[in-house]
Ligand binder design. Structure first.
Ligand code: XIL
Length: 315
């Protein structure tokens, strides 16, 4: 094992990365680093609905199966990502093409089939991704419009039916500290569990940015989920910055990675800390946030940055 994976061993917290399947196939040093430095993996894209069901009723599990096999070979757990979301759905899946009743049938079949396909091979699922707005109201999505707010509970019930042993997570961004969005998650998790809905975990993506500063009350937020008996995870950590990078920004970035990891290690409930890609060579950030980048633990040449040392030393 590499130094980071070795440091995490025995901590009770898995250290994970999102995996880019094209890079895994084409880039041997990338593949070696995934195997060496992490004991959990998340498919960056290949388990999303648009990837697994490109045409109605036509499944393609090939890329996702490859990652699951890679993980087993390397003694890693898999976080499945994601089952119900407003984004990266297949282009055929529209409100014009289907009635609300048909959409409910499609969502149910999608979850039962996907979780069933990976039964016993996925440790934890991000069942519901990004369901709240920043103000704590439910996000206006195809699922809310067609099925009403009960779609979230239904998604968890269907996932649990298909794999009773998998840990089932809510997941979002900007929900790491105590704020209106995380308050809404706390209330939702509490209510669903009181109703017997199988919600096991609360995922915080952890997409931070040096120029906005970091939330100060992450540990306080995580601890209230501890008290609920809900597991927690940091699921997509990266810390972007305005380009060009300089040593002050790169040092601040390391503190951002460390802040979230410390909260995870101090909480009872936190089971994993996953970065959303580990090298700037393949990070999603420059493509989505214009003028920003350098968001990961390793540079474009797969050389570790100060954040890598912080993560290893914090474990
Ligand atoms: C991103 C991927 O990293 C990109 O490759 C893709 O083009 C878009 O999606 N929140 C999530 C992830 O839950 O699925 C997103 O991943 C990043 C934001």
């Amino acid at each position: 094992d590499g130094p980071q994976r070795a440091a995490a061993r025995g901590s009770g917290v898995r250290v994970g990365t999102a995996v880019d399947m094209a890079a895994l196939a084409a880039d041997a040093p990338y593949q070696q680093a995934v195997a060496r430095e992490f004991d959990s993996v998340t498919p960056e894209n290949v388990m999303k609905w648009e990837a697994v069901e490109p045409q109605p009723g036509v499944y393609d599990w090939s890329a996702a199966d490859q990652l699951v096999d890679f993980a087993r070979k390397n003694g890693q757990l898999v976080r499945g990502h994601t089952l119900v979301w407003h984004s990266q759905n297949p282009s055929w899946l529209t409100e014009d093409a289907y009635s609300p009743a048909q959409l409910r049938t499609l969502l149910r079949k999608h979850i039962l089939d996907e979780v069933g396909h990976f039964k016993g091979r996925v440790w934890a699922w991000d069942v519901a991704n990004e369901v709240f707005n920043e103000d704590g109201t439910l996000r206006d999505t195809i699922w809310l419009r067609a099925l009403g707010p009960g779609y979230i509970a239904d998604a968890f019930r269907w996932a649990h039916q298909a794999d009773p042993k998998a840990l089932l997570f809510l997941n979002d961004y900007n929900n790491e500290g105590v704020n209106a969005k995380s308050d809404a998650y706390y209330a939702l998790a509490k209510r669903l569990r009181a109703q017997g809905v199988p919600v096991h975990g609360y995922g915080m993506q952890g997409h931070l940015a040096v120029q906005y500063g970091f939330p100060g009350d992450v540990l306080q937020n995580v601890r209230r989920f501890d008290a609920l008996g809900v597991k927690t995870a940091f699921t997509e950590v990266d810390v972007r910055m305005l380009l060009p990078a300089d040593s002050a920004k790169v040092q601040a970035q390391a503190e951002g990675f460390g802040l979230l990891l410390r909260a995870c290690l101090l909480a009872r409930s936190c089971v994993s800390y996953t970065v959303w890609g580990f090298t700037d060579k393949y990070s999603w950030v420059p493509g989505v946030f214009s003028g920003e980048g350098s968001a990961t633990l390793y540079d474009e040449n797969l050389q570790p940055k100060p954040a890598y040392d912080t993560v290893r030393e914090t474990f």
